[in-house]
Write a protein that binds this ligand. Structure first.
Ligand SMILES: Nc1ncnc2c1ncn2[C@@H]1O[C@H](COP(=O)(O)OP(=O)(O)O)[C@@H](O)[C@H]1O
Ligand SMILES: [Mg+2]
Length: 253
């Protein structure tokens, strides 16, 4: 039996004494993209942070490619092939975009061809310091840097937040293409529900502190069914399309 790319279990994840999610079990095959949905504050970021060792996981147990990761610091996990795109596109403010890319890809290596389209998008700001970039540009830099590292596991916390409408599907499309080409497994927290359901192979829903749905998405019918569930009043995701969610972002930036 081949081992899972990622296997994570925890009694709970939270911050010190505050329990945010209980009975957590997430497993991903190589090449799988599991989209995590849930209202604001439902714990999507907390789930990803718990796996990455930056939120407190009680009795947390993580295996990558069947190897248990007893030490779960970000550096150790990175060396095991795990990368996280933090919500909001974290960058080193004083480094230029070109310097970010050199750090991510290492010297003397060519970026994978699949990333050329995204690199073209950030080409105009290559010499600028990351601290002066717009939210969308910063977000794009952090997505590109994570993918340049060629991770086995990508934890992507709203990688399309603050991106222009036409770039949202490009970014998700590249994540899917990289996943298919390299077997990278992805856990993707997303607000662009329709776009995310379109690229995901699994859907998870966080509600009232638990994972209440974990469905395979392989057919159009399965995708339509999950969109219906996410649109129900109690989940209130309202399946935003790209236009409406972009309008919200402009209002909150
Ligand atoms: N560092 C923290 N300390 C305490 N509580 C936190 C912290 N970060 C987030 N929370 C709480 O955890 C809950 C889930 O937040 P989060 O995981 O960011 O949700 P989502 O990503 O789904 O919007 C919220 O109630 C939030 O207030
Ligand atoms: Mg979040």
């Amino acid at each position: 039996m081949t081992s899972k790319a990622l296997e994570f279990r925890a009694d709970s994840i939270g911050y010190r004494d505050a329990v945010i999610i209980r009975d957590v079990a997430v497993s991903l095959e190589a090449g799988e993209i599991a989209a995590v949905f849930g209202l604001n504050g439902s714990g999507k970021s907390t789930l990803l942070r718990g796996i990455a060792g930056i939120a407190d996981a009680k009795n947390g147990k993580l295996s990558i490619d069947g190897v248990e990761q007893r030490v779960r610091t970000p550096e150790v996990l990175a060396s095991s092939g795990l990368r996280m795109i933090l919500q909001g596109g974290r960058v080193f403010r004083g480094l230029s975009v070109a310097e970010h890319l050199r750090l991510a890809v290492g010297s003397g290596r060519e970026p994978p061809a699949l990333l050329r389209g995204l690199l073209d998008v950030i080409a105009p700001v290559m010499r600028r310091e990351a601290g002066v970039l717009s939210g969308g540009e910063r977000q794009m830099v952090s997505v590109v840097c994570a993918l340049l590292a060629e991770p086995r596991i990508l934890l992507a916390d709203e990688p399309t937040l603050a991106l222009a409408d036409d770039v949202v599907n490009d970014v998700l499309g590249v994540i899917r293409a990289v996943s298919r080409a390299t077997g990278m497994a992805v856990l993707l927290a997303e607000q662009h529900v329709k776009s995310a359901v379109g690229v995901a192979t699994r859907a998870l829903l966080l509600r009232a502190g638990r994972i209440t749905l974990d469905e395979i998405l392989s057919t159009d019918a399965e995708r339509a069914e999950v969109l219906t569930i996410l649109n129900q009043p109690e989940t209130q995701m309202n399946v935003p399309d790209v236009q409406t969610s972009a309008a919200c972002q402009v209002a909150t930036e």
